[in-house]
Design a protein around this ligand. Structure first.
Ligand code: GAP
Length: 512
């Protein structure tokens, strides 16, 4: 069934709660904004996504090792990393709607609208001219397309220049000159622009006076940078090599909305790849391609992904791109890939007074390595998988079903085992198979309700296969496997089921 993107998203959020995937944090106290808990199904899906990432990055990659660093770090870390001075969002309020916005988001969305107008002209022309259409030439020569694109570029250049110069009045002027209105009130009645630091502060120590001010880490990356030499020396790592970790990060997001897309407490999966200076652009391109390939391996349409190169670079980067995903609310950042130069190591060296140089035996010289980073939000990946997998299907017999087409390797429950009826020796055989499969996978046993209803329950949580024991099973030692996506059935000997299931849900399946 074709739901509008808005209704699809509403259905996704309701389904996530109803089936134990995601709950609002502290719900009985009316919740805590932009903080969420994962339920009994959600934690399994989340762990599987994390596991697939970890295996791809660490287990299957000879040049990458994994670590797990603390959330709390020495406060100078955040001075050195630039987060104390530069981890800010420029905010602007609309006086009529009283709504607060990120100024960069308002401007970027406006520029995107101009680019979309250009795209519209191009696709109209493509239809008109058919096969002879030369898109590249049209983009360069059609006056209207050229004008839209030039306007978008000029707008972004002006905005980025003002922001990088710390000229907040200039940033506001861009918004006013472009006639950008508040999406709610429709007015241009804007306040001044202010910078707001996104780090959460906390204190360590038993007495208030002697307590040290700390921050909850806003990214996991710094735990990797400060451990760079520990890992390099103890692991006898040779450049190029990477360090990966997954873990919680915290940001006091001002505009936190869209369910688990933008949270105040979230989980990152990051990898820092340390390379020789001068080779970073090659590695940047190679990681861009590798990460896009990894996302495609999940099996969703490649048209759901695109790169978005940054116009405004973060304080640490000399090149950066986002892998954007088509969420129900449009294309948004899923993963960031950044060439971070030697910014972090250099600053940690100067703030700590400790040498962080690497001796390169091949070049016979010491240097500070450059870093290419891949950083993906686990919760965003969860939302990408969950919202794309959620389907309300109309079946050939006119009935409907809600199904989660989650890649089998990531599904929370891998198989459900049913006796056709609750008697005549069928539960005993079904339970024995359940016990056997359970040693290797998360599986469930269900004997309640009619078989059709049991299928629907499993479809709704994304279980890739249901296995039914019937009266014939007692005679021929076989069971019926019913597959979630095709709803096709297959009869297999009981002894062949463990290996069939293993093959169906293996991570290698995704790589193929
Ligand atoms: N170490 C680099 C870094 O942190 P980032 O682009 O700020 O870069 C990386 O964040 C990824 O972390 C994003 O692509 C996104 O998937 C995830 N992320 C960032 N802020 C988030 C938030 N408030 N809620 C959920 N995920 C977030």
């Amino acid at each position: 069934m074709n739901l509008s993107p808005e209704n699809h998203f509403k259905a996704v959020i309701a389904h996530a709660k109803e089936y134990g995937f995601v709950f609002q944090s502290s719900e009985i106290y009316d919740g805590l904004a932009a903080v969420y808990d994962y339920g009994q199904m959600g934690v399994l899906l989340k762990n599987n996504i994390k596991d697939y990432w970890w295996r791809s990055m660490v287990q299957w990659n000879d040049s990458i090792v994994g670590i797990d660093t603390a959330i709390l770090m020495h406060p100078t870390t955040w001075k050195a990393s630039g987060h104390v001075d530069a981890f800010n969002d420029p905010l602007i309020d609309n006086k009529d709607s009283k709504k607060r916005y990120r100024a960069d988001v308002l401007v970027e969305e406006h520029a995107e609208k101009l680019r979309q107008k250009a795209d519209k002209e191009v696709s109209k022309a493509a239809q008109r001219f058919g096969e002879t259409f030369d898109e590249g030439l049209y983009r360069q020569t059609n006056p209207r397309v050229v004008e839209y694109l030039a306007k978008a570029d000029a707008l972004m250049t002006r905005f980025v220049t003002a922001l990088e110069a710390g000229d907040l009045e200039g940033v506001r002027q861009v918004i006013l000159d472009e006639g950008i209105v508040c999406p709610l009130s429709g007015t241009k009645n804007w306040t001044e622009v202010r910078q707001f630091n996104l780090m959460f502060g906390t204190k360590m120590g038993s007495v208030a006076e002697g307590a040290t001010d700390l921050y909850l880490r806003p990214e996991t990356a710094q735990g990797i940078f400060v451990n760079f030499l520990n890992v390099q020396k103890t692991g006898r790592m040779k450049i190029p090599f990477g360090i990966a970790q997954t873990g919680k990060a915290f940001r006091n997001e001002i505009v936190a909305r869209q369910f688990i897309f933008r949270m105040r407490e979230f989980e990152q999966m990051e990898m820092q790849y340390f390379v020789a200076p001068g080779t970073e652009m090659e590695w940047y391109e190679s990681w861009k391609a590798a990460r896009m390939k990894w996302h495609h391996s999940l099996g969703f349409s490649p048209s759901k992904y695109r790169f978005h190169d940054h116009d405004k670079l973060a304080h640490y980067a000399n090149a950066a791109t986002d892998i954007e995903f088509q969420f129900p609310f449009g294309f948004k950042e899923l993963e960031g890939i950044h060439s971070r130069t030697d910014f972090d190591l250099k600053n940690h060296e100067s703030h700590s007074g400790k040498k962080l140089q690497y001796f390169d035996p091949e070049r016979n010289e010491s240097y500070l390595p450059y870093v290419v980073e891949t950083s993906v939000g686990l919760d965003r990946l969860f939302l990408a998988v969950f919202s794309t997998a959620y389907q309300e299907e109309e079946l050939p017999d006119g009935s409907t079903r809600t199904v989660l087409n989650i890649p089998a390797a990531l599904a929370p429950i891998k198989a459900a085992v049913f006796p056709l009826i609750k008697k005549e020796g069928l539960p005993e055989v079904a339970r024995a198979l359940f016990q056997r499969l359970k040693r290797e996978h998360y599986v469930v046993y269900d004997e309640k309700d009619a078989i059709g209803k049991r299928y629907r329950r499993q479809d709704a949580i994304g279980t890739p296969v249901c296995i039914t024991i019937d009266h014939d099973s007692l005679i021929d030692g076989c069971a019926t496997l019913r597959y979630r996506d095709s709803m096709e059935q297959e009869r297999l000997p009981l002894d062949a089921i463990p290996s069939r299931l293993r093959e169906l849900v293996s991570f290698e399946g995704l790589l193929e």
